[in-house]
Write a protein that binds this ligand. Structure first.
Ligand code: GCO
Ligand code: MG
Length: 426
């Protein structure tokens, strides 16, 4: 028992570059000793704020911040019904902040607390998304010029809404798709980053454009660059099997989210039919969803969103489980993971032998100012700054200059629909 106590648990909300970020700050009774953690669930941020303010804060004030494991386990069952994105993100905010505090106390970066570095820096992949394959190629060439070696490629499907390319498509389906029988396409505030471009999606045209993109990239960029692609669920599972087989010859680094988590068992089917590397996990929030995928070696890369499963405490155990089965890590790192969350990802990337790749969505300038110590990417790698704890902070004064702004439907995603009006996941 130390004399250290949690004095307060506070939430900081900010959107410097158009993405609503939620950070938890845990303060101790020792002046100047505090930690920060990522609790960002950008489509439901205020629900996470309430989970921290109304429940975790009163539960944790007065507890010993040194007992990270006990805080995690007791908070987890402090509501009988547990798991889920809201409660897990709230818990992650506290958990990562406690690791940050422990690192500061030990005067060590968190990767040292975990056992030290297994590598110097973490290779990242970046997103090249364009209206057509030529634009994707041009953006990819600029990334390669900057030293990047791993590139996620996404292109629009003419006439349809497509995941990974920005912009709403109010007239989608009208020109080239089957006859559209619905006008139920909600407007999801297309100017907001990480809004979902609502529209009409049909699997067949999407698959055709994705395969054409990989053909284009291999015949222009060649075979020395690693290509990745995110299906983002959407297509019926048996068509996912077809797609994974069809792109085997393109030698992707990985094909992501081929199925929805609800269709987990389809991985058993596709696995026996192709060697296309499979990545999955950003939507998982419960160990029951994850364990079979690892122990039966159904995926090659685990891509959980660390705050979404409850923070570093569960993530480091998951990474160890994955190591035993040689499943590599590829922690989710989009723009709606805050820089604090990216710093937490980096701690595991450096420490875990079975690191695979780190997703990186380039931080905006304002975001970098709000988060001093924001991890740096150079020559295709994310580098640690060697500072104690997570090595990152939040400038609260600056953060307050970018409050959450009002959004249509509270920032909900617009529905993507099939041509007949049926909702597509997601
Ligand atoms: C990715 C993801 C993201 C998510 C986003 C949801 O692989 O980067 O799929 O782009 O769609 O984080 O809010
Ligand atoms: Mg994804």
């Amino acid at each position: 028992m130390s004399n250290l106590k949690i004095r307060d648990v506070r939430v900081i909300t900010t959107e410097p570059d158009g993405i609503r970020l939620v950070i938890v700050k845990v303060e101790t009774n020792e002046p100047e000793l505090y930690g920060v953690g990522c609790a960002t669930f950008t489509q439901r941020p205020t629900a996470v704020v309430a989970a921290v303010d109304d429940y975790l804060r009163p539960f944790l004030i007065g507890k010993d911040p040194a007992d990270i494991e006990d805080v995690w386990q007791s908070s987890y069952v402090s509501s009988y019904w547990r798991n889920g994105p809201v409660l897990n993100n709230a818990l992650s905010g506290v958990d990562q902040a406690l690791w940050d505090i422990k690192g500061k106390l030990a005067n060590m970066p968190v990767y040292d607390l975990l056992g030290g570095k297994a590598r110097d820096a973490a290779a990242v992949y970046v997103h090249s998304s364009g209206r057509d394959p030529q634009e994707v190629e041009d953006k990819a060439r600029a990334f390669i010029e900057d030293g990047h070696h791993y590139i996620r490629v996404q292109t629009e499907t003419p006439g349809y809404a497509t995941y990974g390319t920005h912009g709403a498509h109010p007239d989608v389906g009208l020109q080239t798709g089957p006859r559209v029988v619905t006008d139920r396409v909600e407007d999801a505030d297309p100017d907001t980053l990480y809004a979902h471009p609502a529209g009409i999606f049909e699997p067949r045209p999407y698959m055709k454009s994705a395969v054409a993109l990989f053909d284009h990239m291999r015949s222009t960029i060649g075979w020395d660059i690693e290509l990745l692609h995110d299906v983002h669920e959407r297509i019926p599972p048996i068509m996912g099997v077809e797609l994974a087989k069809e792109v085997e010859g393109h030698r992707l680094f990985f094909l992501e989210d081929l199925f929805a988590p609800e269709d987990n068992d389809y991985f058993r089917i596709v696995r026996q039919q192709t060697s296309t590397p499979l990545a999955m996990g950003e939507l998982y929030n419960n160990p029951h969803e994850i364990v079979p995928m690892i122990k039966d070696r159904l995926i090659d890369f685990i891509r959980v969103h660390i705050s979404q499963i409850g923070g570093l405490t569960p993530a480091r155990k998951l990474a160890a489980l994955c190591e035993a089965f040689n499943v590599r890590t590829a922690w989710h790192g989009p723009g709606d993971t805050s820089p604090v969350g990216h710093a937490a990802n980096l701690m595991l990337d450096l420490n875990c032998w079975n690191f695979g790749i780190q997703e990186y969505a380039i931080f905006g300038e304002r975001t970098k100012e709000v988060f001093p110590g924001c991890p740096e990417v150079r020559d295709g790698y994310m580098w640690p700054n060697g500072q104690p704890g997570l090595g990152i902070d939040v400038d609260e004064g600056l953060a307050a200059k970018y409050p959450f702004r009002e959004r249509a439907y509270g920032g909900a995603w617009g529905a993507v629909r099939r041509a007949d009006g049926g909702v597509v996941r997601p």
